[in-house]
Design a protein around this ligand. Structure first.
Ligand code: HEC
Ligand code: HEC
Ligand code: HEC
Ligand code: HEC
Length: 338
């Protein structure tokens, strides 16, 4: 009797500690917020302790005072301006000050510039920055279905650092046995990118290639719509990434009685659909072509360039920077020549 009592106490203590110390368990209280029509379980579970950290991490930098659009054009004042030439000189300097604060806060102007000659293009960050200026304007002007009027600035991704915190490279995975025996389609590796599930560890190729993100086949017999077990696993892996990147549960976008059906999904799912297409566009047309511009130490293990995923902008919240629009204060950013 006594032994049974102590044994059950020990077991309870063991499992209690296990629950508190392992990932996936959170200490109560957890707030539950309904985000869809009542009765559909479209709701989010929020940990109030996490909220304070999120707010602290999403503070905006100071706004640089507005610049006059009057006066001589930057193209007339400087030697080598290819994309910001039609701004006034004052606006041009404002952009330089802003991008320094947003991208190389600790490093300063000389992260991109050779101090003796600001027109010199020999440092790679300057050449990358020129393309980034174009990419930012393109995102704001051509992807309004995703970024809306809120838009993005360099700060959305960079947060004061030259290399954004959330990026991805092609992942060769762990060394496996040769032949069919060693092939496990990326499963059972407990990668953080897919929430330590047994799903394929690399959810990101779908954010570069035109992958068909599907689970349910649209016909009874195989019809070439590509639904398969492998594709299902890839889809779930991407969904895990999207949920984590936005800090939301699946029910932020889906009604769990039918993940497939758009009519029962939340409007956020449509934003996410455009988001997937936008990320593919930015990776394919901006980052990948910059590969030869970067020095080898900035490339991944397979020699590819760092790329964007949902987390690069979102960083754990449903709207980057909690929905604040920095772009509103910097109209110059949308006047970059493509
Ligand atoms: C993140 C990279 C980056 C940082 C940091 C940066 N610049 Fe620039 N700068 C550029 C790019 C890119 C151009 C070229 C723009 C174009 O082609 O339209 C440029 C061009 C210039 C030019 C024009 C030079 C010429 O004659 O062609 C001046 C002046 C300048 N920057 C000043 C500054 C100053 C001052 C700072 C620091 C407050 C600074 N920049 C910080 C990227 C940067
Ligand atoms: C959508 C996200 C995103 C936005 C917006 C963005 N960048 Fe980047 N930037 C990246 C990624 C991803 C890289 C590649 C990381 C690396 O350098 O390895 C990068 C790299 C850079 C680098 C090279 C840093 C280095 O040392 O390798 C510079 C400089 C830069 N960006 C400047 C800018 C400027 C200036 C803007 C705004 C006009 C901007 N970026 C906007 C995602 C972004
Ligand atoms: C931010 C919104 C969002 C979140 C969060 C999200 N999804 Fe999705 N989900 C989508 C979008 C958008 C698609 C369609 C993608 C496409 O067609 O490119 C999709 C597709 C799917 C599909 C495929 C349906 C079909 O057509 O066969 C399944 C299954 C799915 N999601 C499950 C999940 C699960 C499980 C989670 C949580 C781990 C989740 N989703 C989280 C937006 C989301
Ligand atoms: C270039 C930066 C950027 C990237 C990358 C990005 N987003 Fe967004 N996203 C935004 C901005 C900005 C908003 C806010 C738009 C607004 O004000 O409604 C947003 C809003 C959303 C919303 C609507 C949230 C809400 O509460 O209504 C969803 C869902 C979303 N993004 C999903 C995604 C997914 C999924 C990915 C990756 C496939 C992604 N985003 C990648 C910038 C980005």
């Amino acid at each position: 009797m006594k032994i049974a009592f102590w044994a059950s106490l020990a077991l309870a203590a063991f499992f209690g500690t296990f629950m508190l110390l392992t990932a996936g368990w959170e200490r109560p209280p957890i707030k539950s917020v309904q985000t869809g029509y009542r009765g559909l379980a479209l709701e989010q579970n929020i940990n109030p302790r996490r909220e304070a950290t999120v707010i602290a991490r999403n503070q905006l930098p100071d706004v640089i005072p507005e610049a006059s659009p009057e006066g001589p054009r930057a193209s007339a004042v400087y030697e080598n301006v290819q994309v910001l030439g039609h701004l006034s000189e004052e606006q041009f300097v404002r952009v330089m000050l802003a991008i320094t604060d947003w991208v190389s806060r600790d490093e300063g102007c000389n992260y991109c510039h050779v101090a003796e000659n600001l027109a010199d293009d020999s440092l790679y960050p300057k050449r990358v920055a020129r393309r980034m200026l174009q990419m930012t304007a393109h995102t704001n002007l051509s992807w309004q279905k995703h970024v809306r009027e809120t838009g993005v600035t360099c700060y959305t991704c960079h947060r004061g650092q030259p290399v954004p915190e959330k990026i991805w490279f092609s992942n060769p995975g762990p060394v496996a046995a040769r032949g069919p025996v060693g092939y496990r389609a990326g499963q059972n590796i407990a990668a953080a990118s897919v929430g330590t599930t047994s799903l394929p560890f690399d959810p990101f190729p779908s954010l570069l290639n035109d992958d068909n993100v599907r689970v349910i086949s649209t016909s009874a017999l195989p019809s070439g719509d590509g639904a398969s077990i492998k594709r299902t696993e890839r889809t779930y892996a991407l969904m895990m990434h999207m949920s984590r990147a936005l800090g939301q549960n699946c029910t932020f976008c889906h009604n769990s009685r039918s993940f497939f059906d758009w009519n029962q999904s939340a409007p956020q799912r449509t934003s996410a659909w455009y988001g997937i297409r936008m990320v593919r566009d930015l990776n394919t047309n901006y980052l990948v072509p910059l590969t030869p511009t970067f020095p080898p130490h900035r490339l991944g293990p397979l020699g590819d360039v760092a790329k964007i995923n949902c987390g690069t902008c979102h960083q754990g919240v449903n709207k980057p920077l909690l929905g604040a629009s920095m772009l509103r204060d910097y109209p110059e950013l949308n006047e970059v020549k493509q």
